[in-house]
Design a protein around this ligand. Structure first.
Ligand code: HDE
Length: 704
């Protein structure tokens, strides 16, 4: 404080006067003064520990003179600032993460030696990062995109990274194709747009000549890529891995994360509007859930199968464009993940976390999936360019929580105080340096491999359409309609007509009706011809487990209901709705034309959680409109109020209305249906709010 009092020469003379006059004040960001809370503050220092006397003014030759190069405090501060950013991830740049634990509920001791999969009740700390793929780190949370689902489990035997997606299959069969796929989907290199969108020529051009991507295309055109919340997505390890037991026997395994809140998606028009209303929609949702103690949860389930089982499948499980239907190999739930702690610092943890599919523990091994094999190389490599040092594993978020020791030395940013004379193994000079341990150490499964060396692909990878057909035909008719309209939307953004036609040609192999719908939606003059498939397309048994609607839980838990109010609204109606919604495990947000709230009929003031203009109904799962007659009339000329109702209706949400709400509904031109409920019928409203009003859709949107 002494320093501030005496440093009377400030760039802004008026604040200088104030600072001198009030020694307990500091200059705020806008130059205004805020009172500091009492208490002792530790001294601000440089990175070398040098206390800093003045953090507002650089060292100058006279009050209006030049800044001096000698000012090492300024130089250190700006130097560090200039280097604050690190390269964002090549893909999956936009991500959100949280800490949590995994608890095993069922032992897999018969299949593996991995302690994390055999010690029932053991709680393993973990860090989970969920991401979009195509957009940059500052892009919005809700493009149509696959979600990365990466879990770092800090086990007693080392870190196990299960780096998957929210879709169980992938675009390509071989890692060598990945750079092309990513270049095609990212913004076009000459023009630098579109950001975080697959709806453009280069993406669909690549897809149209990559028939192996057709199964994945069905998934990304479905509402799976439009999650309602990160708490409501599934996660998949995608590739087959191996579990290896004490006898050295191996069983194949696929990993699945199943959300406790069930699957739920938004619909396209809603998603597009969410990107404007709240670009951080998913990150905020996860943050608020964890902060409020509503910890997101997933079951971990496995599909276990032998080599012989695999030989009988009508597809090759080593091909990452194929899934194993649950009806063929049922899921076995073995544990539970809970995310219960938000990171202390986004950069240190969410940004610097480095996942590698090659991080496994003894008892878990890789399969020969050629996509997985490529990933085993790629992730370690990318960490070097992103984090800049082979010592990235020493960052707290990446370091194992079990002891780790070896003879690797030095390198950029070495943070371990490595000691002793011996930096090699084996040795005889040191009695206590780390040694290899045949009993505990990781062993690769002793498979025998042979073959002709060559750039070859297995014949068993040749069927590109049968599972795409299975996926499409397994959907409800609402979901099929959404897939068709997504294809029409995306291909309508493609300027090259031959690309549109080629895509419709592929769809003929998937489902003739789908091809017809998309061709009509694009107004193609004639049905294009279908390419010659490498092998005949099969009619596989449908798998209802692939639906979203079939997997939505009959619950309002974890959802959010918005109540639109204005001056004169009835407090009792609002309170009754709120009570019922909270009782159903959901949250409530009050929306009013002014953030300070509204004066209710009884004279009390109810503060708002959001101002109407910035809090559209798009952000809620269901809405209630509780208005007095005059309160409704005041909103007749407010587009935001009219849109509140129209969007809720258009996005198939349940709407509760009282008399005033009814007046606004009429004004907005909405013709009520069974999903518009009188506010007094609260139980009915809660029941309807649990799902979308699917029956309404044909009346408000022409679907192909
Ligand atoms: Fe990735 N992927 N990937 N990927 N991937 C990366 O690693 C790569 C693939 C996935 O939250 C990168 O640290 C190749 C499939 C997730 O930090 C990079 C291939 C699946 C994340 C990379 C694939 C994924 C990544 C970019 C083809 C689902 C984010 C930055 C062989 C199973 C992890 C980084 C996080 C990230 C390469 C294919 C999932 C460049 C070469 C298939 C969830 O290493």
């Amino acid at each position: 404080m002494q320093g501030k009092k005496t440093s009377v020469i400030r760039s802004d003379a008026s604040t200088a006067t104030n600072v001198s006059a009030n020694p307990d004040a500091t200059i705020g960001a806008g130059g205004e003064l805020h009172q500091l809370a009492g208490g002792q503050h530790e001294a601000l220092t440089t990175n070398q520990g040098l206390p800093i006397s003045d953090n507002q003014n650089s060292l100058k030759a006279g009050p209006r003179g030049p800044t001096l190069l000698e000012d090492m405090i300024l130089r250190e501060k700006i130097f560090h600032f200039d280097h604050e950013r690190i390269p964002e991830r090549v893909v999956h740049a936009r991500g959100t993460a949280a800490h949590g634990t995994f608890e095993l509920t069922e032992s897999l001791a018969k299949y593996t030696t991995a302690k994390i999969l055999t010690e029932v009740g053991e709680k393993t700390p973990l860090f989970t990062r969920i991401s979009t793929v195509a957009g940059g780190s500052g892009s919005s949370d809700t493009p149509r995109d696959v979600r990365g689902f990466a879990v770092k489990l800090y086990t007693k035997e080392g870190n196990w990274d299960l780096v998957g997606n929210n879709i169980p299959v992938f675009f390509i069969q071989d890692a060598i194709k990945f750079p092309d796929l990513v270049h095609a989907v990212k913004m076009e290199p000459d023009r630098g747009f579109p950001q975080a969108a697959s709806a453009h020529d280069t993406f669909w051009d690549y897809i149209s000549v990559t028939p192996e991507s057709m199964h994945m295309v069905m998934w990304i055109m479905s509402d799976r890529t439009l999650p309602r919340s990160l708490r409501m997505i599934e996660g998949f390890g995608i590739h087959s891995f191996r579990l290896v037991n004490a006898a050295g026997e191996s069983t194949f395994v696929k990993f699945h994360w199943r959300p406790k809140l069930g699957l739920q998606s938004t619909i396209w028009d809603e998603t597009v509007k969410i990107a404007g209303a709240d670009p951080d929609y998913h990150r905020r949702d996860l943050f608020e859930a964890i902060e409020s103690g509503a910890f997101p949860e997933w079951d971990l389930a496995v599909q276990l199968f032998t080599e012989e089982d695999a030989d009988a499948f009508p597809f090759d499980h080593l091909d990452a464009t194929k899934l194993i239907p649950e009806e063929l190999v049922p899921l076995k739930v073995i544990g539970r993940m809970v995310l219960d702690r938000w990171p202390d610092n986004f950069f240190a943890e969410t940004e610097q976390v480095a996942f590698c599919p090659s991080h496994v523990v003894p008892g878990i091994d890789f399969s020969n999936d050629p996509l997985l094999q490529g990933r085993l190389f790629s992730y370690l490599d990318t960490q070097l360019s992103r984090l800049g040092s082979p010592n990235f594993h020493q960052l707290p978020i990446n370091a194992p929580k079990c002891p780790f020791a070896n003879q690797q030395r030095d390198g950029h940013m070495q943070m371990q105080p490595q000691q002793g004379r011996v930096a090699f193994e084996p040795n005889t000079l040191s009695a206590d340096s780390p040694r290899e341990s045949p009993a505990l150490g990781f062993r690769s499964m002793a498979t025998s491999e042979s073959g002709v060396k060559g750039r070859i692909r297995a014949e068993s990878f040749a069927d590109h359409y049968s599972q795409a057909r299975m996926f499409y035909r397994s959907q409800t008719r609402h979901e099929q309609a959404h897939i068709a309209s997504a294809l029409v939307f995306e291909l309508s953004k493609v300027q090259a007509l031959p690309v549109r036609e080629a895509m419709v040609g592929h769809l003929i192999h998937i489902d003739d009706d789908l091809a017809q719908r998309v061709a009509a939606g694009l107004a193609l003059e004639a049905m294009p011809s279908a390419p010659q498939p490498a092998v005949a397309v099969k009619d596989l048994a449908v798998s209802p487990a692939l639906q979203i609607i079939g997997k939505m839980k009959d619950t309002l838990e974890g959802r959010c209901v918005g109540i639109l109010i204005n001056d004169g609204s009835d407090g009792k109606t609002i309170a009754a709705i709120k009570k019922a919604v909270l009782g159903a495990g959901a949250t409530v947000k009050i929306v009013s034309p002014k953030v300070g709230g509204a004066k209710l009929a009884d004279g009390s003031v109810l503060p708002a959680d959001g101002q109407l203009a910035g809090t559209p109904s798009i952000l809620f799962d269901a809405v209630a409109v509780v208005l007095s007659e005059s309160g409704a009339q005041m909103l007749f000329g407010e587009a935001a109020a009219i849109d509140f109702i129209r969007d809720a209706f258009g996005h198939l949400k349940a709407i509760a209305i009282d008399k005033g709400g009814q007046a606004l509904l009429q004004r907005s031109g909405v013709v009520p249906d069974a999903g518009v409920i009188d506010a007094s019928e609260i139980d009915l409203f809660i029941a309807m709010a649990k799902t979308r009003q699917w029956a309404r859709e044909p009346s408000i949107r022409s679907l192909p």
